[in-house]
Design a protein around this ligand. Structure first.
Ligand code: DAH
Length: 332
């Protein structure tokens, strides 16, 4: 029967039209929807036009529901059109053809990476990693290390002193060696530690000198430790950091806190490059910390991780490490 068909069509039309309107979000899609449903030749208009073929009762019923639907759809359409207009992004503000970009991820500072590699090499040989204060007392930085106030070695350490009204013996540590004294003061032998950390010197900077830098200190004290232990340990360290066939050279050097003292160099493209100072802990340093120097002996060493990183990575200026330039930092 045409009458029932027509009124069913209004229902169907409503379902079709509302779901199609929901999925149209651009202005073009909305306009196409308007033409299809509300346009002069649209589906709702055809229903209204077909009313004439219905009998009077049916015409009233279908006509009324079709007109209600028209009003309903018109207002829904206006609503969607407003939404589409307000959601519109200003032209050109997003270039959808651009490829995606990787988010910038953080990473470990090159000094930290080198420090970790160095301390790990010693950790695997039984050394424990500890840290100490960067603001230090003159006593630990100098006196306990056999560098009394009138000692000429103090001249090598251009010291940054910390201004304090009440006292004049506070400084920024010039090396990590004060931790030797602090550890021995607190611990009974055997001691095997490595101490990474920042140091400061009042120095003019150039490609190989910074006023701030890191050091890694090492200390081993026990009964019967000899110079052979020093050599064996540092040899093994050099092999781990610079490769198994690396040549190593020890030469006499002077540091007030060791006796004998040495510097250690490695062969680098046919040249000897000094990478650390070391030596047998001076009996006075053992005594200052309360150790019996007849019973105990030990060795100590100190190196600059930035210098080692410079060698390994072909870095020509130590100042890069603290300049905070991402072009440098992201290369690691
Ligand atoms: N503290 C020394 C410096 O800063 C480096 C050093 C040399 C440390 C010999 C040591 C050592 O432990 O035995 O120049």
């Amino acid at each position: 029967m045409p009458t029932t068909q027509s009124s069913e069509s209004v229902e169907e039309l409503k379902i079709d039209a509302t779901s199609a309107l929901r999925s149209a979000d651009s202005r073009d899609q909305l306009e196409a929807w308007r033409v299809e449903y509300l346009g002069r030749k649209g589906r709702l208009t055809s229903v209204l036009r077909g009313l004439g073929s219905l009998d009077i009762e049916q015409r009233k019923v279908v006509g009324a529901s079709a007109n209600r639907l028209r009003a309903e759809l018109e207002s829904l359409f206006d609503e969607r059109l407003q939404q589409a207009k307000s959601a519109r992004v200003p032209a050109g503000s997003i270039d959808v053809t651009l490829p995606g970009r990787k988010p910038a991820l953080g990473g470990l500072h090159p000094s930290t990476q080198m420090i970790r590699e160095i301390t790990q090499a010693f950790n695997e040989m039984g050394f424990q990693t500890i840290e100490g204060p960067e603001i230090e007392l003159e006593r630990y930085n100098f006196d306990m290390l056999n560098i009394p106030a009138d000692h000429p070695a103090r001249d090598q350490f251009d010291t940054i002193w910390v201004d304090q009204d009440s006292r004049d013996d506070i400084l920024l540590r010039t090396h990590t060696s004060p931790m030797q004294a602090r550890v021995m003061e607190k611990t009974d032998p055997p001691v095997r530690v490595v101490v990474p950390g920042k140091c400061y010197r009042y120095e003019a900077t150039d490609a190989t000198h910074e006023w701030q830098f890191n050091q890694v200190e090492g200390l081993a004290v026990d009964e019967g430790i000899t110079f052979a232990d020093l050599k064996g340990t540092l040899y093994e360290f050099a092999r781990r950091i610079f490769g198994p066939s690396r040549k190593v050279r020890f030469r006499c050097d002077y540091f007030p806190f060791v006796e004998p003292g040495v510097d250690m160099s490695i062969d680098w493209n046919g040249r000897w490059i000094e990478i650390m100072g070391a030596g047998m802990v001076h009996p006075k340093v053992l005594e200052n910390a309360g150790y019996d120097s007849d019973k105990y002996t030990g060795f100590a060493f100190g190196m600059g991780p930035e210098r080692i990183s410079m060698l390994r990575n072909d870095i020509t200026d130590i100042r890069h490490f603290f300049a905070n330039d991402l072009r440098f930092l992201t290369q690691f």
